[in-house]
Design a protein around this ligand. Structure first.
Ligand code: EPZ
Length: 443
């Protein structure tokens, strides 16, 4: 067996062993204590993944700072290596050099992480060919990629699906005007993929109904630092003027707004007083608006945010929407908060069709929640009591941790490997805030 294959097998076995070990990890939480103290926010998972993929657009070295130490980020590193790039992690800095790359990555690695679809745009942009395994669906929804493919085809890519692979080829991508809106609005990673491919296309691309998420803006900022010509990122219309080549760049990733929101909701659910450092409050107006409506105090103190909840919460209704609306990635955490809030609140999920996996697990803790189509009707206020629960996906696991912190007695959250995908050392950060939470390593 050739050396590269041997190395790949060794790496995959190590990753599998590590992840099979982690699969058994759980959190033991003794609830009923208010969170108090300070917490530092890490870099954004949903910004760093496409930014790491964007490094494939140049042969030169790219240095990405404030990269959170998460299993998804390490996974993306493995995927880039499977394409022939170098990816080195040093603390929260990742250095990528894609001097010589091939257009086909490791099928299994790519299939396993949905976020890896964002290598497609850079590969077709740089090499004019790419073969990437189709990302599977996930528990929160079917998650098709038709808009990604429609956008790349509009730039002239020929797309075939064969043997589980997306095959994309193009002699030369050409700038085009395209509409990228779908049945539930714009696509975040789809916008990123088209923007990255268009950066090296011939001519001007105009993306209508582009996603406006801060992570899209952060990706555009990184591409501009590499020499791309992009305007309008953060608005529904993005214009990209293609250039011949891109160069290396250095970039610091934005703070994780979903992690920030998660700690703010945890402070509210436990009746705590938490100072959040290193966040971008201007990325969270919709979330803070709803928390304030529920009776949570949110103040700026210099660069920090102070989140306090004393006294009774009020029920609020939530509908998830594309940015700058209420983020779907905070829906589950807010449901945990509304479960401990006296009164009726209605939570409507408009982005992912099956993102209520946490409802039945919250019910194990005593929550009273009924699902009616895209909405969950939460009859809150009944005290929660600790129980063994099972995490099903990243944000559902964050909701179960918050509910466990608010519940009386002991909660055991199983399969916390889900939470390690998107929260850096969350148990340590919570312990520093006075939480009684312990990670029980898998045996
Ligand atoms: C990004 O996923 C995030 N992931 C998700 O965060 C987040 O929930 C989502 O955006 C929405 O904000 C990363 O950035 C890695 P979409 P993405 O394409 O880009 C439909 C987390 O918890 N759609 O904006 O994959 C799709 O099914 C994760 O951190 C199509 O129909 O999401 C969904 O209903 C979960 N066709 C909606 O659009 C397409 O081609 C929005 O999806 C693409 C998407």
């Amino acid at each position: 067996m050739p050396l590269t294959a041997l190395i790949l097998v060794a790496r995959r076995t190590a990753a599998a062993e590590d992840s099979s070990q982690r699969i058994m990890d759980c959190f033991l939480i003794k609830g009923g204590r208010p969170l108090e103290g300070e917490v530092e926010i890490s870099g954004a998972k949903n910004a760093v993944l496409p930014i790491m993929a964007a490094a494939l657009l140049t042969a030169e070295r790219c240095v990405i700072r404030r990269a959170p130490n998460l299993s998804d980020v390490r996974f993306m590193g493995e995927i880039l290596k499977s394409l022939g790039a170098k990816a080195e992690f040093d603390g929260d800095t990742v250095t990528i050099e894609a001097a010589k790359i091939r257009g086909v990555g490791d099928y299994e690695l790519i299939r396993k992480m949905r976020g890896s679809i964002c290598i497609l745009g850079p590969l077709i942009g740089r090499l004019g060919k790419a073969a990437v395994s189709l990302p599977g669906g996930c528990v929160i929804g079917a998650r098709p990629i038709d808009l990604h493919l429609k956008g790349l085809a509009a730039l002239g890519a020929k797309i075939d699906i064969d043997a589980g692979y997306i095959h994309a080829t193009a002699r030369a991508l050409k700038g085009a005007e395209l509409f990228l809106g779908g049945r539930s609005g714009p696509t975040v990673l789809g916008t990123g993929n088209v923007m990255m491919a268009a950066a090296l296309a011939d001519g001007v691309t105009r993306i209508e109904s582009a996603a406006c998420e801060p992570e899209v803006v952060d990706l555009a900022d990184f591409l501009i630092a590499m020499g791309a010509k992009i305007s309008g990122a953060g608005s529904p219309t993005i214009t990209v003027t293609g250039v011949k080549s891109l160069h290396g760049a250095e970039h610091e990733v934005i703070p994780d707004r979903i992690e920030t929101a998660t700690f703010a909701v945890a402070a509210a659910a436990t009746g705590g007083d938490v100072t959040i450092n290193g966040s971008r409050p201007d990325h969270l107006y919709a979330v803070f608006d709803k928390l304030r409506e529920a009776g949570v105090k949110i103040e700026r103190s210099g660069p920090a945010l102070k989140v306090t909840r004393r006294g009774r919460l009020k029920p609020v209704d939530i509908t998830t929407l594309p940015y700058a609306g209420f983020p779907t990635d905070v829906q589950a955490q807010m449901m945990a908060l509304m479960a401990v809030t006296p009164g009726i609140s209605i939570i409507t999920e408009r982005i992912f069709e099956s993102r209520f996996m946490h409802v039945s697990e919250l019910a194990r803790l005593g929550a009273d929640i009924a699902i009616e189509g895209p909405s969950a009707i939460v009859k809150g206020g009944r005290p929660l009591s600790g129980a063994p629960v099972m995490a099903s996906d990243l944000r559902a696991s964050a909701a179960l941790v918050i509910a466990g912190l608010a519940a009386r007695g002991e909660t055991r959250v199983n399969r916390v490997y889900h939470i390690d995908r998107g929260y850096e050392r969350i148990d340590e950060k919570l312990r520093r805030l006075g939480a009684k939470i312990e990670r029980m390593e898998g045996s």
